[in-house]
Design a protein around this ligand. Structure first.
Ligand code: 5GP
Length: 236
């Protein structure tokens, strides 16, 4: 498939059109951002690690019956994906309290959440991704209510699959964010799944192996991503 022009540049990825309207190319850059784009740095190898990590997870989920936009890896930094109409809503599941949940509700970081907590956020940096609920999504027309139910169900299905995948490799999937889109009318998992959009802790030591290392200036960011990749068997 032939790469054409840049359609959109996000904070960490760029999207390019192709000669087929049904497909676009996701290009994973080394740019790393936090706090709605206020902190940005280039981390060497990050684009490649996240592209390959995402390919592995998307294929794993797809093999388990989750519809995803992923088609194939094209090269170190690029993947071919379905051209979806993105739904501007972030779906978050939390198995352990951390991050904004602790700041909002004053609960202890590390508290086990049983059952897991589900939250929606509006994808809008200027508004700092505010928390929303099903009523906002329906009233403002961001998604149809049946598609909201599908997103929620798929996000919980992903939790079962990935909690086990990471647990078997000695890690706790603390929380994660998913984004969905519509492809020919169906709800399909989009964006990426990588340590940029989830929290992963070593099960024994609780060492952070995700983007919190960048947010909190802990160092060893890409080394941690590579360690997670190695443990679950991502070919880097
Ligand atoms: P929190 O609400 O605690 O900041 O984030 C919950 C989970 O969703 C974390 O794993 C975090 O990495 C992910 N997350 C939430 N919003 C975003 C976002 O805008 N970008 C990325 N990359 N991850 C996000």
């Amino acid at each position: 498939m032939e790469k054409r022009q840049e359609l959109y540049a996000g904070k960490a990825k760029s999207v390019y059109t192709t000669d087929n309207d049904d497909y676009v190319i996701l290009s994973f850059r080394d740019d790393t951002s936090a706090f709605d784009g206020e902190k940005i740095e280039q981390l060497s190898r990050k684009g490649e690690v996240n592209n390959k990590f995402n390919a592995f997870i998307m294929e794993y989920l797809s093999n388990a019956g989750i519809p995803t936009h992923f088609e194939k890896l094209l090269n170190a930094n690029e993947s071919l994906v379905k051209n979806m109409q993105m739904i501007p809503v972030e779906c978050v599941v939390r198995n352990v309290a951390s991050g904004s949940l602790c700041r909002r509700l004053g609960v202890d970081d590390g508290l086990e959440l049983n059952p897991p907590v589900f939250e929606f956020f509006l994808k809008n940096d200027a508004l700092h991704d505010p928390m929303i609920n099903e009523f906002h999504i329906e009233t403002f027309g961001w998604a149809k209510s049946e598609d909201v139910s599908t997103m929620k169900q798929l996000t919980f299905n992903v939790n079962e699959l990935l909690s086990k995948l990471f647990a078997d490799a000695g890690m706790i999937l603390v929380d994660y964010k998913l984004e969905f889109g519509l492809f020919k009318g169906d709800v399909v998992l989009g964006d990426e799944f990588s340590p940029d959009g989830c929290r992963l802790w070593d099960a024994e030591t609780r060492k952070k192996l995700d983007k919190d290392r960048f947010r909190q200036g802990l160092g060893g960011v890409i080394e941690a991503y590579e360690e997670v990749a190695r443990r679950i068997g991502v070919p880097l």
